[in-house]
Write a protein that binds this ligand. Structure first.
Ligand code: C5P
Length: 230
């Protein structure tokens, strides 16, 4: 966790139309990571992912795959065909599913990122699952299992990242959303951290959506973030 560690920026392109997405992609100067989620991918699929790659950005497909192992295997293969650089899967899919996902990406540059427990859940969720663990314990258990299985990274909050890095021996990419500048409103994020705080705690990639999306000058905000995390 030295000062020289590189932290990357992933911009969550959470818009609903291709026109809007293309206009934004055309206006961004820096070759950052672009995170594409359901809203664009379900409607436009390859049209939008190809555009991201043609423009020279890294492609982060946030599809949170969770299905039987063979189906996830095929999904990972398709993400490789789309030249995705990062793809999310659900750790709750279990060890066999994670193993098949890892098997599918062998020989490619794709990095698999596991989601543990979504931040929208609270302790009632572990009861719902019938788990004897607290939410934090379960998140750690799932993160450990993922990394040990060969998953490259974990999506986690700034609050979790230090603890995960301390408790997981193998290196992994910590991907941290919920980033705000202090003066920003939090939108629907309950716990937020600044880019500098997230980097200090060990974030390797920070995910930023609305603070860039809603800015008058997106490049200015992107450059400010990059300056802070370099
Ligand atoms: O607009 P904002 O910066 O809040 O966007 C954050 C992005 O990170 C969104 O695409 C959201 O779905 C994603 N994300 C999150 N919290 C998580 C996991 C993913 O905000 N725990």
């Amino acid at each position: 966790m030295g000062g020289k560690k590189i932290t990357k920026l992933a911009f969550a392109l959470d818009v609903r139309t291709k026109d809007e997405a293309i206009k934004i992609l055309d206006s961004i100067d820096q070759k950052i990571i672009i995170k594409i989620g359901y809203s664009l991918f379900i409607r436009y699929g390859k049209e939008i992912t190809s555009y991201v790659k043609e423009k020279g950005f890294e492609l982060f497909l946030d599809l949170k795959l969770h299905d039987i192992p063979n189906t996830v295997y095929n999904g990972v293969k398709s993400a490789i065909d789309l030249e995705a650089d990062y793809l999310t899967v659900h750790a709750l899919g279990g060890k066999d599913m994670l193993q098949k996902a890892v098997e599918a990406k062998q020989g490619s540059n794709l990095k698999l990122l596991a989601v543990t427990i979504l931040t929208s859940h609270d302790n009632e969720y572990t009861q719902f699952l019938g788990s004897k663990y607290s939410l934090d314990q379960l998140a750690l258990k799932l993160a450990k299992l993922s990394v040990e299985t060969g998953i490259d990274g974990i999506v986690c909050s700034t609050e979790e990242v230090e603890n995960l890095k301390k408790n997981i021996d193998k290196q992994f990419i910590a991907v941290v959303p919920g980033i705000r500048f202090t003066q920003d409103n939090k939108d629907d994020q309950t716990r937020t951290a600044t880019p500098v705080e997230a980097k200090k705690k060990g974030a390797d990639i920070i995910v930023v959506g609305r603070p860039i999306l809603n800015a008058e000058d997106r490049n200015k905000v992107i450059n400010k973030i990059l300056e802070q995390i370099k």
